[in-house]
Design a protein around this ligand. Sequence first.
Ligand code: GLP
Length: 244
Amino acid sequence: VIFTDSLSASKSVAKEISDLIRVKQSQKQPCILGLATGSSPKSLYAELVRMHREEGLSFKNVITFNLDEYYPMEPDSVHSYVRFMKELLFDKVDILPENYHIPDGTLSKEEIADYCTEYELKIEALGGIDLQILGIGGNGHIGFNESGSLQNSKTRLVALDHITRVAASNEFLGLPNTPRTAITLGVKKIMEAKRVILLAWGESKSKIIKESVEGTVTNLVPASYLQEHKNATFVLDQGTAHKL
Ligand code: GLP
């Protein structure tokens, strides 16, 4: 779906999310959301906060699982996705603190494998993700599933691609300070989500969006796997979509 700009696109996605939350509320069921970080979902989270404040949208029945976190990473670091999510969404709505989950960047290496299995089991115990929000990396990564990630890949510790580290290096004040590894939800759990919405804005993403939407399905471009998802939508602005 192509919108004139990222703001109207984000409002439309926020409307879909709020409709889902309210339907689940009326059914007395939890709403399981998969959430992303990066710049792309910022305007979506701002719109959800506005809906909470001005339209009484409650997040009390919402349970969230974030896609990824740098490793190692302290939750109170300026760079942590915990901090990002709290500042942009969780601290501004009425979600219960025990209901949001973000991969833990403070584990020892030995603890990570079991932790990742548990993370997936929690999602499964809730019946899977109802709606997964994604951004896309310049190399077509989803979450931190870099080029080469298999379609059945599990939640795990991954090495970040050079291109991903370069993209993040501004925030970390240079490449040497930029993490080399991260914990990411695997492609399998993303593909199992009942609904997937990928957000991408701006000319710089237009080439990888064309490859993801119109190219061959390949592990070199993990976002291309979404072509095989039954209910996935790429929500784009005109700049990102112009090569399609
Ligand atoms: C990071 C995140 C991804 C996100 C990507 C794109 O790599 N881990 O989940 O999709 O950034 O970020 P942006 O939306 O800022 O382009």
